[in-house]
Design a protein around this ligand. Structure first.
Ligand SMILES: Nc1ncnc2c1ncn2[C@@H]1O[C@H](COP(=O)(O)OP(=O)(O)OP(=O)(O)O)[C@@H](O)[C@H]1O
Length: 444
């Protein structure tokens, strides 16, 4: 049996502190796999611990299968939890660890068959007679999961269960967790700060920032229609390029989005999405471009809906199956608070001290190059490295090419931006292009 979990305006305030979780409303369907995702300290574990009954709910309501459950003791919630740090009893074998919750519930009975069935499900039959000290990290975590699922709980809560394991084992166990929870049909809430883990596991992903829920959506929707600039930046690898921009919408001319020294002319006739940008005339906005929205090609090869830009290759990251190209287009990168410490940067350029002066010189250089026009041919014109290039590297845009794409650091390249994939966020960070779902159409 699996259960429905509902949080209604749930908040948590620790003693004398500010809100660790603030007015979170969330409904988890029976059998659903929901991932709580967010940077360190955003309140993910606190939400999980309130569902488990390990923390009191300060304000709001927790409902389990529609019944008010704020005051239900943890033991009566029929919920199993797995933490990051295994938490096995060191003096018990794997068999005894897995059987422990069954013995607690029903001390006199023989639980051998249930323990064997659980061990089979997790492929740990051969490890049952070993003690935790005789198991690897991955094996210990599998035993911990076995202990959690052996009594067939109705809710399974997992708090970063894979974060202490190496990457290969993590991806292997991730697949096992997905299979196991599907087989058991148990409602699962899984906490992680790893967006790729969240996207690959969750039926839906709930993104938290600073205790506040930002968006709850299936992974595809989260990627394609992020509610705000924080979600857009948190989801996706490489991270979306975010640039400070200004919308120009003259009554008698072409609508453009100005990015520093360059502009993107919006294709005419304007799409409904782009028409809605008119009201931003003259305002500062943030433009988001994912790596697949930009390609290296001259204007002569533009498809309908593509607009040209020019960039200087700052850094090339070979990934085997693809190449990530970091470019400087002379735009200003928009910063998103809370993000920088929360995700490892992609291996990228080093930043150095004389940043301000270098930045100014780089802008001037890109502007000077652009005044010479966009190269007609696709071949990247090689620009000899200027002296300051060795002391400072800066990129504001990342695109991906196939593994055979040949671009050289320092080259100036023509770019085409697919404007159907343009994201625009207003000054408060809310997505305004594509238009938010709750916005009435222009003809309404
Ligand atoms: N027992 C406690 N007393 C006071 N403050 C706490 C307590 N537990 C957590 N907090 C604070 O509440 C906030 C949320 O913590 P929580 O552990 O829920 O975050 P998290 O998103 O799970 O972080 P991480 O990914 O680092 O585990 C943090 O600011 C934390 O310092």
């Amino acid at each position: 049996m699996s259960r429905a979990i509902v949080l209604r305006d749930v908040s948590k305030k620790y003693d004398r502190g500010s809100y660790a979780v603030h007015r979170v409303s969330l409904a988890v369907e029976p059998g659903e796999f929901l991932v709580l995702l967010g940077p360190s300290g955003c309140g993910k574990s606190t939400v999980l611990r309130m569902i488990a009954g390990l923390e009191d709910v300060s304000e709001g309501e927790l409902l389990l299968d529609g019944s008010y459950a704020n005051d239900v003791p943890p033991r009566e919630r029929d919920i199993a939890m797995v933490f990051q740090n295994f938490a096995l009893y060191p003096s018990m074998t794997a068999r005894d660890n897995i059987g422990f919750p069954l013995r607690l519930r029903d001390p006199g009975a023989d639980h051998g068959l249930q323990v064997d069935a659980t061990a089979r499900m997790l492929a740990i039959e051969d490890l049952l007679d070993r003690f935790p000290s005789q198991l690897s990290g991955g094996e210990r975590q599998r035993v911990a999961m076995g202990r959690a699922v052996s009594r067939r709980p109705s809710v399974f809560l997992l708090d970063e269960p894979l974060s202490s394991l190496d990457a290969k084992l993590r991806s292997h166990l991730r697949a096992e967790i997905a299979r196991l929870t599907r087989e058991l049909g148990v409602t699962t809430v899984y906490v992680t700060h790893d967006q790729s883990e969240a996207m690959s596991l969750g039926d839906r992903v709930a993104v938290l920032r600073d205790g506040v829920l930002q968006q709850v959506s299936p992974p595809r929707e989260l990627y394609a229609r992020p509610a705000n600039v924080f979600v857009a930046a948190f989801i996706g690898t490489p991270r979306i390029s975010l640039l400070d921009a200004v919308v120009h919408a003259p009554l008698d001319g072409r609508m453009t989005v100005e990015l520093g020294h360059q502009s993107l002319a919006l294709p005419e006739p304007l799409s409904v999405e782009h028409q809605l940008l008119r009201i931003q005339q003259g305002r500062r906005v943030v433009v988001g471009l994912r790596s697949e929205a930009v390609r290296i090609a001259p204007p002569s090869r533009a498809r309908p809906g593509e607009a040209p830009l020019v960039g200087v290759v700052e850094h090339v990251e070979y990934q085997g199956h693809e190449v990530l190209v970091h470019l400087d287009t002379g735009s200003r990168r928009a910063g998103v608070a809370d993000l920088e410490a929360s995700r490892p940067r992609t291996a990228g350029p080093q930043r150095h001290a004389s940043r301000q002066g270098g930045l100014r010189r780089m802008r001037q250089r890109v502007a000077a190059r652009m005044s010479g026009g966009v190269p007609a041919a696709c071949e990247a014109a090689h620009v000899p490295p200027a002296p300051e290039r060795r002391t400072m590297v800066r990129s504001d845009l990342v695109l991906r090419t196939g593994p055979h794409g040949r671009v050289r650091t320092g080259a100036q390249v023509p770019l085409l931006v697919d404007l159907a994939q343009l994201y625009v966020f207003d000054h408060r960070g809310r997505r305004i292009c594509p238009a938010p779902d709750d916005l009435p159409g222009l003809d309404q």
